[in-house]
Design a protein around this ligand. Structure first.
Ligand code: COA
Ligand code: AMP
Length: 632
């Protein structure tokens, strides 16, 4: 058995020792007396009597130690043509000043703060300033519309919102302030104040008494030299809430604690990503997603790395060589992104010719996650980059890798299409619908035996019953990942599909149920179904099928346009909803359940078995015909 087997079995035989060893790398205010507290929380809690502060571990211990002058955060923004490097000492100055501004606004331990920002360093400072004060942040991705922001405001009732005047997408500047004001207008729980970063691409008006200018307020405290100490929090206190798509339009507030998160993320940097403190690590994602939380902000800083915050796209900012330019300019050792980014680069530069313009000799490893990594993309990336390409599988709920290739322990042989093996902390099993273990090689429900390891969510924000119902009830004693997969004879896992109505569009997790709720609001739509269809670039794309209300005789193209606009306005451009097909009927079981999976297989041209319970098989032919007419 290799090093991985030794470490994995070491964890399995003595999880207490394993996690207490990992916890010794963290600076605690009061060290925990033991790792696991089985009687606390829903399924137990980690390091429950420990006291700590996440900002201290991510910033102060480096800034006050021997990393003060090391680059902590490199902002690289090809979309605005700007950039800046912040040392650990600089980050501390920025975070302390912003924490002082938050104190002025009455934010303290236990409060919530929403952060609705583009990919600017101030977004990371905002997260860390909240952590410093023991306030839980909730970052909302900039591609979500006002209504989605309002849902999150109502769910976590923030005392303050930190935002910016605008975000920048290729070819357009997105004014955030109207979206923010619209969301506050829609929400029932109004925040007391907002702090707005004015960007030169578009500034905005501030409402007297409610909106405060980020730069002015921070400057005042820098000038005054205001000090704000890190607040002691319990290991189990919430560090953040991150909303993710559930099976309805109501997103789930995934809660992350402080102690377990510190321990797990710190452990992951060396053992999973194989990086040593001081090296440059780049997660090309967005702070609005879990990858951005864990691997742009927290893990690299906790571990003493240099992290890159990239405001741009893999293509078009300015070309498909941008990633190689960033790797060369900043001497990146490890890059983590979604496969879709590489599919986009491959489409523009199929031979990877642009890479020859850059010195990528520091680059060691590419990590992919967020969606299934198709073997074609992995082979291509391996060929053009000449480094190993590592797939790993995890979720917003877990915050770090469930199955991966633990490079820092041992580079396991790669099986294409598999994110490799279970990480220590995760006892992964594959069960049938009756909850029984199934033989290796067979497709089933991928579950994790409880307890989940440190760093994973202990519950949903203010929704313990939903937490139990959504994740723990179907397979008692296990966490349901809602992914279907196969484990082979060697313990390699293959993740094949979601078992619920979540789809994955360009690495973004979206709820088709949420889109259906929006489409159904259109007055001319009587019923609808949204499915995820295969797309060469984005992995999946949402496609809506709608039955129009009786008597509607308007131009169908007008209705299609309105439905597309409605989803963009209510959910946001990130939904990438552009296909709305009128149909006469939807295929259903005799008990009335829409056969979405059958529709998806038919449209994607996959083999499918006609469900025995279908009420009328002719409906599938009608749908195929409508698809051919309206989409082609
Ligand atoms: N604010 C506002 N709008 C945003 C946004 C943001 N932060 N992010 C995306 N959008 C918009 C896009 O401009 C696009 O609008 P459009 O319909 O007017 O063109 C829409 O939302 C869909 O975005 P996306 O699906 O990302 O498509 P894209 O064509 O802009 O880019 C990729 C495609 C593949 C280049 C891009 O998705 C990508 O780089 N993905 C990989 C990295 C990643 O972030 N993964 C997520 C988790 S690891
Ligand atoms: P998110 O919570 O946005 O990170 O999305 C999590 C979901 O993305 C998982 O449940 C999977 O369906 C999918 N996913 C993430 N990483 C992978 C991967 N490496 N392989 C296959 N699917 C993945």
């Amino acid at each position: 058995m290799g090093a991985y087997g030794d470490v994995y079995n070491g964890w399995k035989n003595d999880p207490e020792r394993f996690w207490m060893d990992a916890a010794s790398q963290i600076d605690w205010v009061r060290a925990p007396s033991k790792a696991f507290f089985p009687d606390d929380g829903v399924y137990g809690r980690w390091f429950a009597d420990g006291i700590c502060n996440t900002c201290y571990n991510a910033v102060d211990r480096h800034a006050d130690g021997d990393r003060a002058d090391q680059a902590a955060l490199i902002y690289d923004s090809p979309i605005t043509g700007s950039g800046r490097t912040y040392t650990y000492a600089d980050v501390k100055t920025e975070v302390v000043a912003l924490a002082a501004v938050l104190c002025d606004r009455g934010v303290g331990k236990g409060d919530r703060v929403i952060i609705y920002m583009p990919m600017v360093p101030e977004a990371a400072f905002a997260m860390l300033a909240c952590a410093r004060l023991g306030a839980a942040h909730s970052v909302v991705f900039g591609g979500f519309a006002a209504a989605e922001l309002a849902t999150r405001i109502d769910d976590c009732s923030p005392k303050c919102i930190i935002s910016a005047s605008c975000g920048i997408e290729p070819g357009r500047v997105i004014a955030y302030k109207p979206l923010l004001d619209g969301a506050i207008e829609l929400a029932s729980n109004k925040p007391d104040s907002t702090i707005i970063l004015q960007r030169e691409q578009t500034t905005c008006d501030l409402i007297d008494g409610r909106d405060f200018d980020y730069a002015d307020e921070v400057a005042k405290h820098k000038e005054a030299g205001t000090d704000v100490a890190c607040v002691d929090v319990k290991a189990t206190d919430p560090l953040y809430i991150l909303y993710t798509s559930g099976t309805t339009g109501q997103p789930k507030g995934v809660v992350r604690d402080n102690g377990g998160h510190l321990v797990a993320l710190n452990w992951s940097m060396k053992n999973i990503y194989g990086v040593d403190p001081g090296e440059v690590y780049w997660a090309a994602s967005d702070v609005g997603w879990v990858v951005g939380h864990s691997y742009i902000v927290y893990a690299p800083l906790i571990h003493g790395n240099t992290s890159i915050l990239f405001e741009g796209k893999p293509v078009g900012t300015p070309d498909a060589g941008t990633f190689w330019r960033v790797i060369a300019d900043h001497k990146v050792s490890v890059l983590f992104t979604a496969p879709t980014a590489f599919r986009a680069i491959k489409k523009e530069d199929p031979d990877g010719a642009l890479i020859a313009n850059y010195d990528t000799s520091h680059f060691r490893m590419l990590y992919l996650a967020g969606e299934r990594a198709d073997p074609d993309t992995i082979h291509w990336a391996e060929r053009v980059l000449g480094v190993p390409v590592i797939d790993h599988w995890w979720q917003t709920e877990t915050g770090w890798t469930i199955a991966g290739n633990p490079v820092g322990i041992e580079l396991m042989p790669i099986k294409y299409g598999s994110p490799t093996v279970a990480m220590p902390g995760y006892d992964i099993q594959v069960l049938n619908d009756e909850g029984e273990e199934i033989p290796r090689g067979e497709l089933g429900n991928v579950v994790v035996k409880l307890p989940l390891p440190p760093g994973c969510f202990p519950s949903l924000w203010n929704a313990e019953a939903r937490f139990k119902e959504a994740y723990l009830e179907e397979f008692p004693g296990y966490y349901k990942t809602a992914d279907a997969g196969i484990m082979d004879e060697d313990g390699y896992l293959f993740i094949m599909a979601r078992t619920d109505d979540i789809i994955n569009v360009a690495g973004h997790r979206l709820s088709t149920g949420g889109m259906e709720e929006v489409i159904a609001e259109h007055p001319d739509v009587a019923e609808c179904a949204v499915i995820g269809i295969a797309d060469k670039l984005k992995g999946q794309l949402p496609a809506g099928f709608m039955i129009l209300s009786a008597g509607v005789d308007r131009e169908i193209s007008d209705i299609q346009g309105e439905v597309v606009k409605l989803v963009r306005e209510k959910i946001g451009p990130v939904a990438a909803f552009k296909i709305a097909v009128p149909v006469k009927r939807l295929p259903k079981t005799r008990s009335g359940k829409i056969l979405r999976a059958t529709m998806q297989k038919m449209i994607d041209g996959e083999a499918f078995k006609m469900p025995a319970t279908i009420d009328d098989p002719a409906i599938l032919d009608e749908i195929k015909e409508s698809w051919a007419t309206h989409v082609g």
